[in-house]
Design a protein around this ligand. Structure first.
Ligand code: C2E
Ligand code: MG
Ligand code: MG
Length: 360
């Protein structure tokens, strides 16, 4: 658009008006002719569509057309992110966020090639007497310049870009090596290890073969391995997921449904999935002591688990009060800071040794 004047604000108002006009015109309903396959008739159906608009303001020619289109594109993606059917103006922060993300992606790619920057930490899963039954493996990324990057800051990116497949393979391999190490010691040989599996990983055609290969390569006992999946990953490909789970279960591997209650849970899927455990999400545990709604949700999940013959574990248990509520409702396995933080391998082993020695 040209001749918008020299006042930035009034120019932006004019651009917004035009963009809004375009958005509204496109949002009007269309009538489309549809050929019915089984007859000669042509039907008309109503069709609605929406559009996401992005624009960038500029004056002079110091920025190339290519750059400007890139900025407008970023603004358009922002509109999509807002739930589509929006209009956004380019802001420099969008460029900054993109650059940070691109750098993080490049660093992560490099780390996968280099190796040696990932580490597994182990967080205890305990029974109501505090006895350690096993642990959840949680990845840590120690970047030479960034320092420790938390999984919440790189796992979603790894999932979006597909890099999670490489990361997940590393986690599974390292986890299985740990199981072999545990098997050698009387204090740790009974422990189970829960490994998080992302949806992208599970949907790989060769996922089952890869797990089998890693088990064979490391010599880990499959009955000590538990895979944590989430509700969202099941919904996309139910039949395929069920088939993969059955194959792995035949080997002795068990399955836990992570973050249970936060995703799209269909009770009919839940019944069909060969699960062993439901993991109550920490968001419900957090307010357990005083929030009536969360207590009701937790009780419902526990009843559901009992009816489906699944065992129940609660994550994010931080206080005695939360533990007491949970056990009163019938949840007898816990994970959380109250018992132990996620620990490096040697510290985790030392913690188990000291606990079992004390109990002996
Ligand atoms: P998650 O699987 O639900 O793991 C539980 C998260 O809660 C962990 O965060 C853990 O450190 C934290 N946590 C444990 N106890 C408490 C507690 O008492 N209070 C609070 N506030 N938090 C607690 P972390 O390690 O930052 O991991 C975050 C998420 O990243 C994990 O959630 C999981 O979805 C993902 N993740 C971690 N490691 C892996 C991995 O190896 N593969 C994949 N695909 N995802 C992973
Ligand atoms: Mg988990
Ligand atoms: Mg969880």
């Amino acid at each position: 658009m040209e001749h918008l004047g020299s006042e930035e604000l009034s120019a932006a108002v004019q651009v917004n008006k035009v963009a809004e006009k375009i958005r509204c015109s496109i949002a009007e309903c269309y009538l489309l002719n549809v050929d019915m396959t089984d007859s000669e008739t042509v039907s008309k159906i109503e069709y609605h569509t929406s559009c996401s608009v992005g624009f960038v303001m500029f004056s002079g020619s110091s920025v190339s057309a290519e750059e400007l289109l890139k900025y407008a594109d970023l603004a358009m993606y922002h509109s999509k992110k807002m739930g589509r059917n929006h209009i956004s103006s380019f802001e420099p922060t969008m460029q900054k966020a993109l650059m940070e993300r691109t750098q993080l992606e490049a660093d992560l790619r490099q780390s996968i090639v280099n190796g040696g920057e990932f580490e597994l930490h182990y967080q205890a899963q305990v029974d109501c007497n505090g006895k350690v039954l096993g642990a959840e493996a949680l990845i840590r990324w120690n970047h030479p310049i960034r320092g420790r990057v938390n999984p919440a800051d790189f796992i979603p990116l790894a999932e979006e870009t597909g890099m999670i497949v490489g990361v997940g393979t590393w986690v599974l391999q390292k986890g299985c090596e740990t199981l072999v190490l545990w098997a050698k010691d009387s204090h740790t040989k009974h422990l189970k290890l829960a490994v998080n599996v992302s949806s992208r990983q599970l949907s790989q055609d060769n996922f089952v073969n890869q797990v089998i290969e890693i088990l064979e390569l490391t010599g880990a006992n499959p009955t000590r391995l538990k895979l944590e999946i989430t509700e969202s990953m099941v919904v996309d490909n139910v039949q395929e997921t069920i088939a993969k789970m059955h194959t792995l279960k035949k080997l002795g591997i068990s399955f836990s449904m992570d973050d249970f209650g936060t995703g799209y849970s269909s009770l009919s899927y839940l019944q069909k999935l060969p699960l062993d455990q439901l993991k109550i999400d920490q968001s419900f545990v957090r307010n357990l002591s005083f929030d009536g709604h969360d207590s009701a949700i937790v009780k419902t999940i526990i009843n559901l688990g009992e009816n489906l013959s699944l065992n129940i574990i609660a994550e994010g248990v931080e206080t005695d009060m939360q533990r007491d509520y949970l056990s009163k409702f019938g949840c007898l396995i816990f994970q959380g800071y109250l018992f132990s933080r996620p620990l490096p391998e040697d510290e985790f082993m030392a913690m188990v040794f000291s606990k079992t020695t004390r109990q002996d």
